[in-house]
Design a protein. Structure first.
Lengths: 188, 166
């Protein structure tokens, strides 16, 4: 991270006043917020991108951008939505830069666990089914479904995270759900 | 109710996420879901996604919050330092460009060869004239030409040497 820093950079770096590098959020608040939300955001990114390693990278970037955003939040849900909006934009940028490889949420370890049998095998098989079905959806459809049914976000919250109108979002959710149900073999 | 949502959707979703679906759900709601395409999709899709989201969350190998905070602080400071250094670099480049411009202006004003070439350019360009002109500029303004060359090569070299030494 600091490998290409020259001595003059380092002097300037030392000279930077604490206030210039400070974030709106203090450390304790950030750490508590991170502990509450990081797993959910990671799962969301892994699901939307279909790539766990990319989700690791995007997670750190999302929290960094969230801290740098210099905006205050009225409530925990407002703060959380901002973070998800940043994560969504990062996933979209990664897709544009062709960083997303689909599908990769089912790993070699998962396949071994399925072969091993038991409850874990059932769970892993279910994961594999969901991954397979989701990999055939568009990233935005994956995002909508995950936010609606894994994160329990309201229509308004999902619309805010994706930057679309609530009515458009309802139509998109309807189509995504229809498609997913058909892929899972549940469609009527 | 319209074609993309159903008034019972939220109830079905609540039953699924609270693990009440389908056994511990009101039979009227179950009967509705049987006949409603939207609600049956909600039950099916929400069921599988809700079922795997906990496993997905537990699969995350996350860095410690303290480490994430520290890295963010370091990166923010680094970016601030870079931002602070930008005007200095711009000023250095501008002053170098001004010095080169001044030198060129002095050369243009004092060189009879340069002024002659400018006048000749209107009549038509010839390589032979340029070659003989270069010869005469070295003989007439040798010191000035050497100084210009030294500045063009020497100044960037000196800047690079200083930066590397730092």
């Amino acid at each position: 991270m600091f490998g290409d820093m020259t001595c003059s950079d380092a002097r300037r770096f030392e000279a930077i006043d604490e206030s210039q590098a400070a974030f709106v959020m203090d450390e304790d608040t950030f750490r508590a917020f991170y502990d509450r939300t990081a797993r959910g955001v990671w799962a969301y990114l892994a699901r939307v991108t279909g790539d766990r390693q990319l989700a690791d990278d995007l997670l750190q970037e999302a929290f960094y951008r969230f801290l740098r955003a210099d905006s205050t939040h009225d409530s925990e849900s407002h703060r959380r939505n901002s973070l998800y909006r940043i994560a969504t934009n990062l996933a979209r940028d990664a897709r544009r830069r062709n960083l997303i490889r689909i599908p990769a949420v089912v790993t070699g370890d998962d396949i071994e666990r399925v072969a091993g049998g038991g409850d874990h095998a059932v769970a892993t098989e279910r994961q594999a089914d969901v991954s397979r079905a989701m990999s055939r959806l568009k990233p935005r459809e994956r995002a909508i479904l995950w936010l609606a049914y894994a994160e329990g976000a309201s229509h308004r919250e999902i619309a805010g995270v994706l930057g679309v109108g609530t009515d458009s979002m309802k139509s998109m959710l309807f189509r995504a759900r229809r498609k997913m149900a058909a892929l899972l073999g549940h469609s009527k | 109710m319209n074609s993309v949502e159903c008034e019972f959707e939220a109830e079905v979703l609540a039953a699924v996420v609270q693990s009440r679906w389908p056994e511990r759900t009101d039979p009227v709601l179950r009967a509705h879901v049987e006949n409603c395409g939207i609600c049956s999709d909600v039950a099916a899709v929400a069921g599988v996604i809700d079922g795997c989201q906990e496993e997905m969350r537990s699969a995350a190998v996350l860095p410690d919050s303290g480490r994430v905070w520290w890295l963010a602080q370091m990166r923010a400071r680094r970016e601030a330092a870079k931002e602070a250094g930008r005007p200095i670099t711009v000023a250095q480049v501008l002053s170098l460009a001004c010095a080169m411009g001044l030198l060129g202006a002095c050369f243009g004003a004092t060189s009879t060869w340069f002024q002659g070439t400018l006048r000749g350019a209107g009549a038509g360009f010839e390589w032979k004239t340029l070659a003989s002109g270069l010869g005469s500029v070295v003989s007439e303004h040798g010191v000035l030409a050497a100084l210009a060359l030294a500045l063009v090569v020497g100044v960037p070299g000196a800047v690079y040497w200083v930066v590397v030494r730092e």
